[in-house]
Write a protein that binds this ligand. Structure first.
Ligand code: NAD
Length: 534
């Protein structure tokens, strides 16, 4: 067992509970992290509030400038980040570099450049002539303390990206990483310190669901949760009771629609990568593939041939393309879905078998056909290395199948006709749709990420993710401070008549009617607001 600073701290505190950081490829415990006792939460909140009070008064551009120091700290610490993530989450090194390190670095770069502009006060021009004499401004104020509760599948880039947006918005962060990836969570907090962010602005709370629940009960000002539907529902219930605003990034069951004019060689490579990256343990995993009947056999053959070539192995093997699943219970869940599908008539063309020669958590990636929507495999999130392929005849049928899901996270459409691709994308119920690619929008900082239905609500990434971290405040300054307003007390018949004529003058169907109602009506003068007022 490696001795880490956390281990030492825990050993110095003999009563401390320890969380094991386990390598899913080998089952070895590589670090022990001190769990946060619920009794310590008030101190965490107190420190966070103190840190946030001065942080919120920093200019947004200065807060965002600090993100460049964070970017530099991540760049300097890149080997350590890759090492900890691959060891604790089991993912191949290439995936740790692209989807964890690079994404976090790029988010720091993106927010440091763009966020100051989006957080700058904005003038609000009024379209209504009656309101022209008022000057409106929007300002963007922090919520206060943002609780970020994150999963194990992207244990670095998810909490790091969300924490960066939260601090850019002027908040303090209490981060509760997954109990399966505590060392990576600790590293996220540590990097903020290395980048010289104010002490306690980003604190890490370690432990399982119980401390996560206690964190929410303690009343943060906003909760950003990424994880399963079941936990999301529990969190939403508590937050509804306490009126805490939330972002919920939950599961997915992403559909891929392959039309007969698609480049089948490219589409099949995308299906295999999109279904198996991170061993299928991605919210954006391609799980359901609908392929047009007349090319279905060719597409399936290509997917099977490509899947058989994939190399399984631990992250320590630089050529490994498919790592282990995070835990054995995850393997068992996938096996159960496969068993149920087969019992209903599905065919597993390749994969689905354990590779115990490599380790208990290794499962061969599987391609499954003869599937339908009565099967769990097509309804529930699989979150493992399985792609299930179902043929369709018409585009209407494909759209109906893709939309026949409680989830609405993302989807893809494959066709050489990009206009047709866009048209189909518009009909899909998903937070994002890619035409001729899968999942890569997640690496585009400008692209919002989030879903609807069982996939949750709210957005992360992009300007919309940043705006989740602030309260929008409207301030109005009247340019005629010595003029009482026409709609104040002192109500009379004249005032009501004038108000009616104003409505007609503003909204009548033709300009002639508008002008005549303002000018004169039934011999009476037009809009008059002069009167005795209270
Ligand atoms: P999970 O729901 O089991 O755990 C997520 C986090 O919630 C962990 O930190 C856990 O300790 C904590 N938690 C558990 N119970 C809690 C409670 N009652 N109150 C507060 N916190 C609690 O999910 P997981 O297994 O870690 O992650 C996998 C899931 O995450 C999948 O469903 C996947 O689709 C989803 N996910 C979604 C996105 C997205 O952006 N939509 C991204 C990654 C993962």
């Amino acid at each position: 067992m490696a001795v880490t600073p956390q281990t030492l701290r825990a050993i110095e505190t003999p009563t401390a509970q320890l969380i094991d950081s386990i390598n899913p490829a080998t089952g070895e415990v590589s670090a022990r992290i001190e769990a946060t006792p619920a009794t310590a939460l008030p101190d965490y909140f107190k420190r966070a509030r103190e840190a946030q009070v001065s942080w919120k008064d920093w200019q947004a551009r200065d807060r965002c400038r600090s993100l460049r120091s964070l970017r530099d700290a991540m760049f300097e610490g890149r080997d350590e980040i890759i090492e900890v993530v691959t060891r604790e989450a089991g993912k191949p090194r290439v995936e740790a570099i692209f989807a964890e390190l690079m994404l976090a670095l790029d988010t720091a770069e993106f927010l440091s450049r763009r966020a100051p502009g989006w957080l700058r006060p904005q003038r609000v021009p009024h379209h209504n002539v009656a309101m022209k004499a008022k000057s409106g401004r929007l300002t963007f104020e922090p919520h206060g303390i943002v609780a970020i509760i994150s999963p194990w599948n992207y244990p670095f880039s998810i909490p790091m990206g969300q924490a960066m947006a939260a601090v850019a918005g002027g908040n303090a962060v209490l981060l509760k990483p997954s109990e399966l990836t505590p060392a990576t969570g600790a590293l996220v907090g540590d990097l903020f310190q290395r980048a010289k962010f104010p002490l306690n602005l980003v604190q890490v709370i370690q432990g399982g669901g119980d401390i996560g629940a206690a964190l929410i009960e303690a009343g943060p000002d906003k909760v950003v949760f990424t994880g399963s539907v079941a936990t999301g529902q529990r969190i939403a219930e508590v937050c509804a009771r306490k009126l805490i605003p939330t972002v919920l990034e939950l599961g997915g069951k992403d559909a891929m629609i392959v039309l007969s004019d698609a480049d089948l060689d490219v589409a099949s490579s995308a299906a295999v990568w999109g279904g198996f990256t991170n061993c299928g343990q991605a919210c954006l995993s391609v799980e359901r593939i609908y392929v047009q009947q007349n090319v279905a056999q060719k597409f399936v053959d290509l997917c099977v041939a490509k899947t058989k070539k994939l190399r399984l192995g631990p992250a320590s093997d630089p050529d490994a393309e498919i790592g282990p699943m995070i835990r054995l219970r995850q393997v068992e869940k996938v096996e159960e879905q496969l068993r149920e599908a087969v019992s209903r008539g599905a065919t597993v063309l390749t994969g689905g078998k354990r590779r115990e020669d490599l380790g208990a958590n290794f499962l061969e990636p599987a391609v499954v056909t003869n599937v339908n929507h009565s099967m769990q495999l097509m309804r529930d999130e699989t979150f493992g290395p399985v792609i299930a392929i179902q043929p369709f005849s018409t585009v209407d049928e494909a759209v109906a199948l893709a939309n026949d899901s409680p989830f609405g996270l993302s989807a893809s459409v494959w066709t050489r006709d990009s206009r047709r691709g866009r048209e189909i994308a518009a009909r899909l119920r998903a937070g994002s749709v890619m035409v001729n690619d899968v999942g890569s929008y997640y690496g585009i900082c400008e692209a919002p990420h989030g879903g609807s239905g069982a996939s949750g609500w709210g957005r992360t990434h992009s300007r919309f993710g940043l705006l989740e971290m602030v309260q929008v405040k409207y301030t109005d300054v009247d340019r005629l401070p010595r003029t009482p307003k026409a709609w104040w007390y002192g109500y009379t018949k004249d005032l009501a008549d004038s108000a009616e004529r104003l409505v007609e003058g503003m909204f009548a169907g033709s300009w002639r009617r508008r002008l005549s109602s303002i000018a004169e009506k039934n011999g009476a003068r037009g809009v008059i607001f002069r009167r005795d007022r209270i």
